[in-house]
Design a protein around this ligand. Structure first.
Ligand code: PMT
Length: 403
């Protein structure tokens, strides 16, 4: 599973750095190619010679060697790995990652990396608990960086608590799991629509809905975690948009803009997931000036928007998988089955407005996976978890199509 996998390990200046030698040994023994980059202070904690010997490659820590003029190209280093692991992650490097401070080779490589990145933090109890560290960890995760959480135990300071770096064996297991899972969609292009659309009435008003983008963003992250190249087309949202090397983001406002972007991307996509809450109608005319308050009623003429899912479902080639959502308030299953047929989708994910913790804005969802001749219920769970289950169902559909 790890044979031929390229893993870049960044080691920073913390006491746990010595443990990284064992991780390098485990990875190399499993057949992975390992390149170590050390920050300038890391070599005070573990010898570059040890790591070079175990990884069978010179350790890199400087941009260039003064004696030979040899240059370490951070862009090439960033393109090389299948996975980048920074272990131990100190508070200092964490803060640099969050702010994009590129004052050493590890940081410039991190900023150039196109592969998934995972960190194993190691800090003293109070540093780990500090509000700044909490905030930085949150921002790092929003940027799509994976975290192998620290354990609770005796710390180098003598204190006891959370902050101890996950053991090398645990990091190794995480990497193994990552590669076994990430193979399923690796190299596959996935188009995802997410969030609401806003249909302008005049320069200050629009017709919109309550979609937050959470479900669609969770799907984008779940597909990226499976190795897919994700194209995420989203409407106006107020939550952070995923920042992940494998997620390309297209921000639009109206249904027509979302339709135009999806039509451009669709022919090259293996999988399309329409999770956006797209307005079915838009005002026939967008007034150039703000509509003035006049009588007791106001008549609006609305015209139909293009149905993105239906258009793509009818245009799909035999190798393409198209997934839609249905948000219903009555006759849920019947309506979802109708949409499955009318929109020529391979699967409809049904969520009901009548279920608590489900639908718009919530962090959780309760859905049914509706296919021709089969309905599966996924009980209430976080949108991240639901997204992972939907992606598993998509992988099964894809595999069946290839048979
Ligand atoms: O964003 P969150 O706050 O996390 O909420 C998630 C969600 C509730 C928006 C999501 O889970 C969901 O149900 N999305 C679809 C909502 C919807 O518009 O359902 P619908 O039944 O009206 O549409 C059916 C399908 O057709 C959907 O896949 C929709 O994206 C698609 N559609 C609809 C109209 C249109 N003009 N073009 C479309 O592509």
């Amino acid at each position: 599973m790890l044979a031929g996998r390229k893993v870049l390990i960044g080691i920073t200046g913390g006491i746990a750095a010595y443990k990284s030698a064992l991780l390098v040994r485990l990875l190399v023994k499993a057949g992975a190619e390992v390149q170590v980059i050390m920050t300038p202070s890391a070599s005070a904690f573990v010898s570059p010679l040890t790591l070079a010997t175990l990884s069978k490659r010179p350790v890199i820590s400087e941009y260039f060697k003064v004696e030979t003029g040899e240059w370490a190209n951070h862009v090439e280093l960033g393109l090389w790995p299948d996975l980048m692991l920074i272990a131990p992650l100190t508070a200092n490097t964490l803060s640099k990652m969050v702010h994009g401070l590129s004052d050493n080779l590890l940081m410039t490589t991190y900023l150039s990396a196109r592969c998934p990145v995972v960190v194993a933090p190691a800090m003293d109890l109070d540093m780990w608990k500090h509000a700044t560290t909490r905030r930085n960890m949150q921002l790092l995760e929003q940027d799509g960086v994976y975290v192998i959480p620290p354990a609770t135990g005796e710390l180098a300071s003598g204190l006891f608590g959370e902050g101890r770096m996950a053991e090398p064996e645990e990091q190794f297991e995480w990497i193994q799991n990552f590669f076994s899972k990430s193979q399923s969609l690796s190299g596959q292009k996935v188009l995802i629509t997410a969030g609401p659309t806003y249909e302008a009435l005049d320069p200050v008003r629009f017709i919109g809905n309550h979609s937050s983008g959470k479900m669609g963003f969770a799907l984008a992250k779940a597909c990226a975690a499976q190795g897919a190249e994700v194209h995420l087309v989203h409407g106006p949202v107020s939550i952070p948009v995923p920042q992940h090397p494998q997620i390309k983001v297209y921000s639009i406002r109206s249904a027509q803009e979302m339709f135009a972007q999806c039509e451009l991307l669709f022919p090259n996509m293996a999988i399309t997931i329409c999770s956006a809450a797209v307005a079915d109608y838009r005002p026939e005319v967008i007034q150039e000036e703000k509509i003035k308050k006049k009588g007791d009623t106001l008549q609006l003429n609305l015209v139909k928007n293009p149905d993105i899912l239906k258009t793509l479902g009818h245009a799909k080639k035999p190798h393409q998988v198209v997934i839609g959502f249905a948000l219903e308030t009555t006759n849920e299953l019947e309506n979802a089955q109708g949409k499955l047929h009318a929109k020529q989708a391979d699967l409809i994910v049904l969520n009901s407005m009548r279920k608590d913790g489900s639908g718009f804005g919530t962090d959780t969802n309760h859905v049914w996976l509706v296919e021709v001749g089969r309905v599966r219920e996924l009980p209430l769970a976080s949108k991240d978890h639901i997204a992972e289950s939907i992606v598993q169902a998509i992988i099964e559909i894809k595999d069946e199509k290839q048979v």
